[in-house]
Write a protein that binds this ligand. Sequence first.
Ligand SMILES: NC(=O)c1ccc[n+]([C@@H]2O[C@H](COP(=O)([O-])OP(=O)(O)OC[C@H]3O[C@@H](n4cnc5c(N)ncnc54)[C@H](O)[C@@H]3O)[C@@H](O)[C@H]2O)c1
Length: 240
Amino acid sequence: MDKVAVVTGAAGGMGRAIVARLMADGLHVVGLDVDAAGLSDMAADGFEGIVTDLMDVAAITRAFEDIGAAHGGVDVLVNNAGICFMSEFPNIPAEEFEQQMQLNFSGAFHCCQAGVKLMMGREGVRKIVNISSNGAYNFDVFDPPHYRASKAALDTLTKDLARRYAKDKIAVNSIAPAMTETPLFDVLSAETLAKAVAQMPHGRAMQPSEIADWVGFLVSPAGDISSGNVIILNQGRDVR
Ligand SMILES: NC(=O)c1ccc[n+]([C@@H]2O[C@H](COP(=O)([O-])OP(=O)(O)OC[C@H]3O[C@@H](n4cnc5c(N)ncnc54)[C@H](O)[C@@H]3O)[C@@H](O)[C@H]2O)c1
């Protein structure tokens, strides 16, 4: 029987590439996203979309209940959904701060809670991959503080769960990419985008498929012995 992977933010730039990679590797993929049209145009054998607002805990609970009922469990969870709000400190509206933390951190937290329960009793080393960001670590780039903090919180969750579930054979890692060409680039002004891409050592942004390949590697048996790591992908930009 195929392994079952849940990918959040499946209809976005990185999400689509991760879904494609995991499907190519033979997993059955369930994509969660608020973008109903995006999910429906991904229709394919081995993929199913569940329209889910990841800022709504009850919706997350329902989605995982449905996945449990349909598939009996989950082998892989990729917490990829995320947004980047660009208001600058100290003029960040309270509501924007809440939404930033809610999707990038709380949504992933609740997916881990529901996902781990469905991983218990499954064969082999199960995997959680959290898509973080270089923004949590590199303070030379543009990222606003609420975005950075949401990803730093996510990486601390990665380490806690890695330790907590090591003996249960649930491996938990973060991947923290820098500039990757997806629709998320639209939140940046042309000037900020050009400057950030120019800082990339290869002179180009990374492609979603390049990040998806690392997710695929962690999900593959080669990834079984990695847990609790934050893997920085940035072409070597921040090495000092
Ligand atoms: N693109 C980059 O340069 C970059 C760099 C570092 C980290 N990241 C991270 O990569 C991840 C994927 O981002 P992307 O670049 O593919 O962006 P994207 O905007 O293309 O995709 C984000 C997806 O999340 C979905 N989403 C938004 N709000 C949602 C909600 N409330 N409920 C469910 N789904 C929701 C969107 O519909 C979209 O499909 C994010 O966590 C982002 O922070 C991106």
